[in-house]
Write a protein that binds this ligand. Structure first.
Ligand code: PAF
Length: 287
């Protein structure tokens, strides 16, 4: 497996691959790989001739007081892990390679970015779209792989692909979890022992809310139960706990086909997100 660090090297690989009429699967990541990323890479490898993984901690999606500097990085470890699942190339550019000029064109994420994570992380999804659009243009993948853990990110990228006509198939892979239900995340390494023990309560709360919705279709009650479970079982602060239609992220109505139950919770300084997506077609009587 080769590690490419410049756009020129990447373009050459893409050109050679296209000339051989081979398909490309792209797995965009910020590194510090865990099983979730490796699952995306396995899908990319299985469904394409060549799997390219980008590893780039993208500064434009971090707010001024967020963890850009301290975000975990270990390219040597990531390289071994990516090779173990058959990734053909890693693209790991420096910030200056990706953004040699300041203050250029920005893409603005639309209404879907105004709520959930977008409400507490202004500009975050603009930064995500900026780097993803660049990666799509550079790699020209046939398929790109994203984890459902970042459900809002997936929904917004789907909109960009639709609105900007990227000829790319988005493949969304289910959340990979620890045995106790905690969604795998590079940020889990920040959790201390107590926070780690409390963290599975987020998924338990979402499951409880899902059951309540399926039984009673009562959005308020479902949210109240989930809030209580998190408050009773963690010292965390809930950033949001929401029930919306998916992927458009509107209020749930009788016509809603797919629902996302999404949460962001601070355990200490670590902000964890998780979600459950399910269908209730015809069952949302009282909303
Ligand atoms: O999901 C992530 O890790 C990042 O937001 C992404 C898609 C790699 C863009 O930096």
């Amino acid at each position: 497996m080769n590690v490419l660090t410049t756009i020129a090297q990447l373009r050459q690989v893409v050109l050679d691959t296209k000339n051989q009429h081979q398909t490309i699967g792209l797995v965009p990541t910020m590194g510090y790989l865990h099983e979730g990323h490796l699952t995306l890479a396995q899908h990319a490898k299985r469904e394409n001739d060549v799997a390219i993984m980008s590893i780039f901690v993208n500064p434009t999606q971090f707010g001024p007081n967020e963890d850009f500097e301290s975000y975990p990085r270990d390219l040597a470890r990531d390289t071994k892990l990516a090779a173990s699942v058959g990734v053909d190339y890693i693209f790991a550019p420096a910030v200056e390679e990706m953004y040699p000029q300041d203050g250029g064109i920005r893409i603005r994420a639309g209404r879907q970015a105004e709520l959930l994570c977008g409400a507490s992380r202004p500009g975050h999804f603009d930064g995500v779209l900026q780097v993803v659009a660049k990666l799509f243009n550079l790699v020209q993948p046939d398929r790109a792989y994203f984890g459902q853990k970042d459900a809002q990110q997936v929904a917004i990228i789907q909109t960009m692909v639709r609105d900007y006509n990227f000829p790319i198939e988005l493949r969304v892979v289910p959340v990979v979890r620890e045995e106790d239900g905690l969604a795998k995340s590079s940020r889990n390494v920040y959790l201390n022992e107590t926070e780690r023990t409390q963290a599975p309560a987020i998924q338990q709360a979402l499951q409880l809310a899902k059951c309540e919705l399926q039984e009673t279709q009562d959005v308020k009650k479902a949210l109240a139960l989930a809030t209580k479970l998190i408050e009773d079982n963690t010292d965390g602060n809930i950033d949001y706990l929401s029930i919306l239609s998916y992927p458009d992220l509107n209020e749930v109505t009788v016509d809603t086909e797919q629902i996302v139950l999404a949460a962001a919770v601070y355990l200490g300084k670590t902000r964890l997100i998780d979600n459950v997506i399910f269908s209730l077609k015809g069952e949302m009587a009282h909303v």
